[in-house]
Design a protein around this ligand. Structure first.
Ligand code: 5AD
Ligand code: FES
Length: 335
């Protein structure tokens, strides 16, 4: 079943198909390939400035309702210290495409975090040049997340009018060339997205030979051009997670914040149908509400310690444990 055809994937994504056997198979494939350990990646949302105008996203440049903030290098380092104290092994530094933080400035922060904490570092800072990616890797960043958002080119250009699909894939190739462990992903339930294009998303994950795949439901944000569109469903997002696990086998797949935001049990359900990663928020509490990609986002009033206790309780309730080690890629040839 790992070599699912496009036709089989489309059928499995249909709301008329019983998802129970798909979820059970995904859970088995997850256990056999990545085990019962769940990797915790501490998420630092360090700037909500963004030069882009993606139609789905709350921190798009044109959204004047957002109170913009940017953490200083010292504040970012403080967050990383918090991650180390909470025994997380990875920090994920995420931001909008903030021109203030060019590659050199980011590289300097990465080097400081690495030197002081020794944690694995994941960047999620959007499109940069080939040279910039090399510099960030040389500074000590281990992994990079860059979702392609949808494999449907027409939909991509409608939703990301100032981005180019081919350039996005080129960036993913540059990241791999620079030696990063590379993650990508999509939203499920975008307006105009078909089961065929979601099947193609999954086949694209496989073709790109990714190390990590993040999937969340699209959640309509009233302060964006897609404010009146319908949101994606938990069911569609879970089917995507499960089928991605079945097809890609060894990738690291997070139970995303967006899945947890459309359903209080969303992350638990994702962990039981293929996911093996959680990304607890370690951003300073006062800024969390302003990293408002979509409404109803969880963890906006909690402190880092509260999220740590929450995810540990979640793991205990599921009979899972924190994974040992850094949680690097399990793909052959990548360490
Ligand atoms: N709903 C769900 N996910 C969103 N993202 C951005 N806006 C939304 C939204 N309205 C996701 C994108 C991006 C990631 C950081 O957040 O997939 O890559
Ligand atoms: Fe933040 Fe549950 S993970 S409150």
């Amino acid at each position: 079943m790992s070599l699912m055809t496009k036709k089989e994937l489309i059928e499995a994504l249909s709301p008329d198909t019983d998802p129970a056997p798909i979820f059970a198979l995904a859970d088995k494939v997850r256990r056999e390939n990545v085990g019962d350990g769940v990797h915790l990646r501490g998420l630092i949302e360090f700037s909500n400035y963004c030069r882009r105008g993606c139609h789905y996203c709350g921190i798009r440049a044109a959204n004047t309702k957002v109170r913009r903030y940017r953490l200083s290098p010292d504040e970012i380092l403080d967050c990383a210290r918090t991650a180390a104290r909470l025994a997380y092994k990875t920090v994920v530094m995420q931001s909008g495409e903030d021109p203030h933080y060019g590659a050199a400035a980011l590289a300097a922060i990465v080097a400081r975090v690495k030197k002081e904490t020794g944690l694995a570092i994941t960047l999620s800072v959007g499109e940069h040049s080939r040279e910039a990616y090399k510099m960030l890797r040389a500074a000590g960043a281990d992994r990079f997340l860059l979702r392609f958002e949808t494999s449907d080119r027409k939909l991509f250009s409608l939703l990301k009018p100032d981005s180019d699909y081919d350039q996005r894939l080129r960036c993913l190739a540059w990241l791999k060339e620079a030696g990063f462990q590379v993650g990508s992903g999509v939203m499920a339930g975008l307006p105009g997205q078909t089961a065929e294009s979601m099947a193609e998303d999954i086949l694209t994950f496989k073709r790109l030979d990714l190390d990590m795949v993040g999937i969340g439901p699209f959640i309509a944000n009233p302060d964006t051009p897609l404010g009146r569109a319908g949101s994606g469903t938990l069911d569609a997002a879970l089917r995507m997670v499960a089928l991605t696990r079945i097809v890609t086998r060894t990738t690291h797949i997070p139970a995303t914040t967006a899945i947890g935001s459309i359903d209080p049990q969303g992350r638990q359900k994702a962990l039981r149908c293929g996911a093996n990663v959680l990304m607890p928020n370690i951003s300073p509490t006062q800024h969390r509400v302003d990293y408002s990609l979509y409404p109803g986002k969880i963890c906006t009033s909690e402190a880092p310690e509260q999220c740590a206790d929450c995810v540990d309780a979640m793991l205990a309730s599921l009979g899972r444990t924190r994974a040992e080690g850094f949680g690097h890629s399990l793909r052959n040839g990548v360490s």
